[in-house]
Structure formats: C-alpha cells, structure tokens
Write a protein that binds this ligand. Structure first.
Ligand code: AP5
Length: 213
C-alpha cells in the first residue's frame, strides 16, 4: 500500500496517517517530523530548515527530495508507506515519480483531506505536540490523559512555533500557491480521492477506510 496524504496545514493529515500506519502496519514518512527532529538535535539539516519553517515557508525542494529518497530505500518501506506532507510542490511530485520508477513502486491513492478555513484555524491554534516524540494533541478535540503530558512517551506538550497566528496565515498562503495545484496533478491521473475531513477523528478515519477496500 503506497499512500500520499495531501491537504492544507492542520487539516488532519498527520493524525489520519498515524492511524493508517497502525492499521496497515506500514511506516508513515512525515517530512515535517523529520525536519523538526533535525532542528531539535541541532544537525546541519535542522539549522538549514529552521528559518524556512519558522517563517511558514517551504524548505528547498532539493533538501526534502533527498530526505524522502533516502527514506524510501529503507527496508521497512518494501511493503508500503504513507507519505505525509510530501510532495508539496510540482517539482517534488515529478521527482517522486522518478524515484518510484527506479524503485519499481507506484502510488496507490492520494488522499486529499478537505475542511473549510475556520475549522483549520481552530485545529491549528489548539494543537499541542509532544516535544520529544511529536505526537499531536488538541486542547479541545484530542486531549492527553494527563494535562500537558504526552500519552505515548511522557514528554511535555508544547505549541509548535509555526502554529502562531501570523505563521499559520503564511503557511496557508504558501499551501494555496505551491501545493494545491497538486490536486489536479493527481486528479488527472485518476488516483486522487477527495476526503471530507470535517467531523471527529474517528468519523474521518471511517471515511478514509471506506476508500481502502
Ligand atoms: P508539516 O509538519 O508537514 O505541517 P503541515 O503540512 O503544515 O501540517 P500540519 O502538521 O500542520 O497539519 P496536519 O494536517 O498534519 O494536521 P494534524 O493531524 O497535526 O510541515 C511543517 C513545515 O515543514 C512546513 O511549513 C515546511 O516549512 C516544512 N516542510 C514539511 N514538508 C515539506 C516539504 N515536503 N517541502 C518543503 N517543506 C516542507 O492535526 C492538527 C490538529 O487538529 C491536531 O491538534 C489534531 O489533534 C487536531 N485534529 C486532527 N483531526 C481532527 C478532527 N477530525 N477533528 C478535530 N481535531 C482534529
């Protein structure tokens, strides 16, 4: 199973990708998580990515394409994968096609999650993430068992630096300009599934699962 999660920032790609990853036992490859981890550990990749991420811009194509290419060669990707947050530009999509051709793999479905703008702002402004393992929570919709503490690893829950209002607006603008055109790119190939991502996490997951038969 080879899946791509597409959709605006905060629409719920990561949340649903994690559930799919558990359900189908295939790895979730999140370029955002990989970049944030690199920022935390202070390696060169993280230092390079920080200024782009903190201002809501996309990290340069060559950087993220390299990350994904290396990751897709991992043994655990042999039986399937879920790309979460990649591709995000036409160039990334074209390069992904070339990488997959070399690996003799092909995209099964592109799941395009859709909700209206106000709901996205609500989801992003209330999001809290674990500073250790990056699990996502929400102050209204997805509470941890213990306030401020990650259920999975016990880490502290914090607000992502790019979830501040000004940066969120810029991320949404960049999404419209650079990533939304990919909807047509995959629609024309007949592999795009539009998912109504309104409603609670389980409802959305059921809708996605109904496309996986
Ligand atoms: P990335 O980490 O990929 O962020 P994003 O795409 O902006 O997506 P988000 O993680 O913000 O949202 P999501 O859709 O995953 O929603 P989530 O499930 O968390 O990228 C961050 C940055 O890294 C980019 O801006 C860029 O700089 C860089 N980057 C990454 N990939 C790149 C690439 N390919 N090229 C270049 N640069 C790249 O949900 C949000 C909240 O809502 C959570 O609190 C969750 O609990 C809650 N929630 C989820 N579903 C529901 C629901 N159904 N009902 C109620 N609440 C819900």
């Amino acid at each position: 199973m080879h899946l791509i999660m597409l959709g605006a920032p905060g629409v719920g790609k990561g949340t649903q990708a994690k559930k799919l990853s558990e359900s189908y036992q295939i790895p979730r490859i999140s370029t955002g998580d990989i970049l944030r981890e690199a920022m935390q550990t202070g390696i060169a990749l993280g230092l390079k990515a920080r200024s782009y991420m903190d201002s809501g811009q996309l990290v340069p194509d060559d950087v993220v394409i390299g990350i994904v290419e290396e990751r897709l060669h991992g043994e655990d990707c042999a039986t399937g994968w879920i790309l979460d947050g990649f591709p995000r530009t036409q160039q990334q999509a074209r390069e992904l096609d070339k990488i997959l051709e070399k690996l003799k793999m092909s995209i099964g479905y592109v799941l395009n999650l859709e909700v209206e703008g106000e709901e996205i702002i609500k989801r992003l402004s209330g999001r809290r993430s674990c500073e250790k393992c990056q699990s996502a929570y929400h102050i209204f919709f997805n509470l941890p068992k213990k306030d401020g503490v990650c259920d999975s690893c016990g880490g502290r829950l914090v607000q992502r630096s790019d979830d501040r209002e000004g940066t969120v607006r810029e991320r949404l603008r960049v999404y419209k300009e650079k990533t939304e055109p990919l909807v047509n790119y995959y629609l024309e190939r007949g592999i795009l599934k539009k998912i109504n991502a309104d409603g609670d996490i389980e409802q959305v997951f059921k809708r996605i699962s109904s496309h996986m038969q």
